[in-house]
Design a protein around this ligand. Structure first.
Ligand code: F6P
Length: 383
């Protein structure tokens, strides 16, 4: 090949690589997992890394430990190719994670340092070409802030809550829904034997996705979610209707963030103080007390809690997170920074990070899913 042709090929290769990484040069990518963990974090890290190793001759991957804390204080591991083997099915995150609330980003740390400047300094010191942030709502707000500060960011939508705006699904959601549905399945047999009312409290923070899916999958009789505030009298009526039609037991799936119609009418501040004044540890216990008070019935509560984030990712999440990981690496290759990889109509694509950061995706009370659940005979405790 002539020198001119060789040079042309090199220029084309460099142009193809959005980071301006030429053949023989090393791409440096930072990875971090932030906020509450979930089942498919390792599978996603693996998807990104395997694709990078395939797309680039030389890829250096830096794994920041414990989320943004690792980026702030320069705690990281230089990852080896072998680190990404055998982790597809492993839950949790091999990098560790921590909660670093977005609000705290504008407050100096214990030593008076500016947290954002600390993160920028680590990024520059390591000469990173890009930082991939695997996180939920709060984490993506910080990722967007770093983008505004000039860092090359690729965001990946993680959370069991499925509340990230702009993506049909987040990784971790389906696995968690499976655990919560399993919990409801187990409750079914004991509830039926004893003829009791059971309440299963499902995670999901301020939204009801997890409860809605687990509730439908587990055959719950009543589903209470934040998007459809409940009326305790309507809940009791739904229980009575079941009794009258010969059902000896009932299962209520309640989202941890579910609220009554009365509370839904309060201002944000008033609501916060009413929740703080709660005599019971959570909404499920409060609801149980109210139902017992009104009906005199025995009510039991089960809270699967963090089990919902634990264990191995289900096959659906393994595929989803692998696809999102591949897309993230391809975006790096194309130089498509400042974006979040998402899934829309089963296609993996990406959107500007600023379109999603800070916005919640809530259940639409008028969606076909809710309507279908109602037609199945499920009550949402609202009428
Ligand atoms: O965001 C995931 C989530 O599991 C929520 O469903 C839940 O409200 C929260 O995290 C629990 O947080 P932590 O693990 O900090 O108690």
């Amino acid at each position: 090949m002539s020198e001119r042709k060789k040079a042309k090929k090199t220029v084309r290769k460099v142009a193809e690589s959005g980071c301006g990484i030429g053949p023989g040069e090393t791409i440096r990518v930072g990875l971090l997992t932030s906020g509450g963990d979930c089942q498919a974090l390792n599978a996603t890290l693996r998807g990104i890394a395997k694709t990078l190793y395939n797309l680039y001759e030389k890829a250096e991957i830096i794994g920041f430990l414990d989320g943004y804390r690792g980026l702030m204080y320069g705690n990281f591991r230089r990852m080896e190719k072998s680190d990404f083997s055998g982790i597809l099915t492993r839950g949790g995150t091999m990098l560790g994670t921590s909660r670093q609330p977005f609000k705290q980003m504008s407050v100096p740390d214990e030593d008076g340092n500016n947290r954002v400047e600390l993160m920028k300094a680590t990024y520059r010191r390591l000469k990173l070409n890009c930082l991939c942030v695997l996180g939920g709502n709060g984490s993506q707000k910080t990722a967007n802030l770093l983008r505004e500060e000039g860092l090359n960011i690729i965001a990946l939508p993680k959370t069991i809550d499925n509340d990230l705006y702009g993506t049909d699904e987040t990784f971790g959601f389906q696995s968690a829904a499976e655990v919560a549905a399993d919990a409801i399945d187990c409750i079914h047999t004991t509830a039926a034997s004893h003829g009791r009312v059971f309440i299963v409290e499902v995670m999901g923070h301020k939204v009801g996705w997890l409860t809605l899916y687990a509730g439908i999958a587990g055959g719950a009789d009543i589903i209470l979610i934040p998007e459809i505030p409940y009326d305790i009298n309507a809940v009791v009526s739904a229980l009575k209707r079941r009794e009258q039609t010969g059902s000896k037991f009932s299962i209520i799936a309640v989202a941890e963030g579910a609220i009554s119609k009365e509370l839904a009418g309060l201002s944000k501040k008033e609501l916060k103080s009413r929740i703080a004044e709660r005599k019971h540890p959570s909404v499920a216990y409060e609801l149980a007390a109210r139902i017992s008070e009104i009906t005199g019935q025995e009510v039991r509560v089960t809270v699967p809690g963090h089990m919902q984030r634990g264990g191995t990712p289900n096959p659906y999440d393994r595929v989803l997170s692998s696809r999102l990981g591949v897309r993230a690496a391809k975006l790096i290759r194309e130089g498509g920074f400042g974006r979040m990889v998402v899934v829309k109509n089963n296609e993996v694509t990406s959107i500007p990070l600023e379109e999603s950061a800070g916005k919640l995706k809530m259940v639409d009370p008028h969606s076909s899913l809710v309507e279908e659940a109602r037609l199945l005979g499920l009550s949402f405790g609202d009428r």
